[in-house]
Write a protein that binds this ligand. Sequence first.
Ligand code: BGC
Length: 248
Amino acid sequence: MNALGIDIGGTGIKGAVVDTTTGRVITDRYRLLTPKPATAMAVIETVRAIQTHFSWSGPIGIGLPSVIQRGVPKTAAHISDEWIGLNAEDRFSDGLATSVTLLNDADAAGLAELRFGAGRQRSGTVLMVTLGTGIGSALLIDGQLVPNTEFGHLKMGDFEAEDYAADSIRKKQALDWPVWAGRLNEVLEAYEALLWPDLIILGGGGSKKYNKYQHLLKTKAAIAVAEFGNMAGIIGAAIAAAQSVSEN
Ligand code: BGC
């Protein structure tokens, strides 16, 4: 089944049509700026423009930087607080006149990597960590997603993990690779102490420069870099949409 995957971030909203049986992106990637403020109405309008770009009327999966429970965002990072508590899945379905599935953006990326990317055919505990504006997480146990883990908010002393070691912090504080990798090691060590993952997949913008800090990482678990890079969120959102259509 083909589905349109959408990845909503603080700066851009990106979409592409994905063949969810292979994970292949079958169109170009279309990106529009996230409206400011990123209110529900404005974001739905932007997603509608992407839908129109692809003349798409089939199922749509949308990844948001939010905890999502039964279609309702419970948190909102880098988007308007207005989303919290809103029945967003219904709003999107109404606004886009098709079936819409919402999930956390890192969960979407994790689904894509587990199904078709760096974690394919891996059983056991796989932890996907996205290093971008914030830190996102997806926990996959024997192929099953445990949604909304939000490990980017784990307290590390006075800081939350993402305020200490996100890729945006490296840039903002002009941290050199050894210093930033040291922070990332502390964060990954905390995750490992709690979860003992077999594999950690690093994704997001910060995984693109993996060769700069690969030799500095000290995890017990094997590390792999996300194969789909910044497309993982789009691909995973499409997979989630196809899954919920076939379940209903
Ligand atoms: C949000 C998560 C999101 C992550 C990556 C965090 O700030 O709380 O929901 O997955 O950023 O975008």
